[in-house]
Design a protein around this ligand. Structure first.
Ligand code: CA
Ligand code: CA
Ligand code: CA
Length: 254
């Protein structure tokens, strides 16, 4: 192979690896267990600005950034919170939290410096995940800042998230909080096997008439959920395509 060809092949290889890495985990999703599109309802929350509290659970709209939750402007150390219920108990194994402060100009502003996720077990909220947050944020992939399994998976239907405001005034900005559990690449109906029914659900999701996580239905892990992904799942169902390759739901997921 001549040198230019080697260089070209290497560059192509690098660009493919880069694009796969950029899409290696679930994007902000409406198909996750916490989403209003899946029936989640907010039951309590601390005050927000003119934005929607439900925006972090997938609701569009609100001001000044549609689809984004801004907690109200309160003193540093205020614990902002949201509680929500989902229609049926869900297995929760991990989550993705998407948020941003006023980067790049004022990275301390609209930040939180502590995050806690809880689930209601019996009468009490138990802590699933609790962490200090570095400000300015250390992003996994901006604006994805925390993407992690939780130490002990739970089945629950009521959850609570807490955000400790970092500075006085402008309240934290939250884009999305997505919850995951039990997903398997290709198994869109979550019945433990892959069949034509899963391909049909993927196809519906690809045309916007259904919901499917990328970590279940983006069968070639290219960041797009399209008809060819449904076809790949169908070919897997009939045994002609053993290689489904979805992105992970969250960092640490297999
Ligand atoms: Ca969501
Ligand atoms: Ca299935
Ligand atoms: Ca795809």
């Amino acid at each position: 192979m001549k040198l230019p060809a080697v260089v070209t092949a290497f560059c192509v290889g690098v660009s493919i690896v880069s694009s796969l890495n950029a899409d290696a985990f679930e994007p902000q999703s409406s198909a996750d267990a916490f989403d209003v599109a899946r029936g989640a309802v907010v039951t309590a929350n601390s005050p927000v600005s003119s934005s929607l509290i439900e925006a972090m659970l997938g609701a569009p709209g609100g001001f000044p950034e549609p689809g984004t939750t801004f907690f109200a402007d309160q003193p540093a150390g205020t614990i902002d919170f949201i509680e929500w219920t989902v229609p049926n108990p869900v297995l929760l194994e991990g989550f993705n939290l998407w948020a941003s402060s006023d980067v790049p100009t004022l990275p301390q502003q609209r930040a939180f410096d502590h995050f806690t996720l809880k689930a209601k077990i019996g009468e009490d909220f138990v802590t699933l995940y609790d962490t200090d947050v570095n400000v300015p944020y250390d992003f996994i992939s901006p604006p994805l800042m925390i993407s992690t399994p939780i130490a002990m998976a739970v089945v629950a239907s009521t959850f609570r998230a807490e955000f400790r405001q970092h500075l006085d005034l402008p309240g934290p900005r939250i884009y999305e909080l997505d919850g995951f559990g039990g997903e398997s690449c290709g198994d869109a109906n979550d019945n433990g096997g892959i069949s034509a029914s899963d391909a049909l659900l993927a196809l519906k999701a690809s045309v916007g008439s259904g919901l499917c996580l990328h970590c279940v239905c983006d069968a070639d892990s290219n960041g797009n959920l399209v008809a060819s992904d449904a076809f790949a799942i169908l070919r897997n169902a009939v045994g002609t395509n053993p290689n489904l390759n979805c992105p992970t739901c969250y960092v640490g997921d297999e």
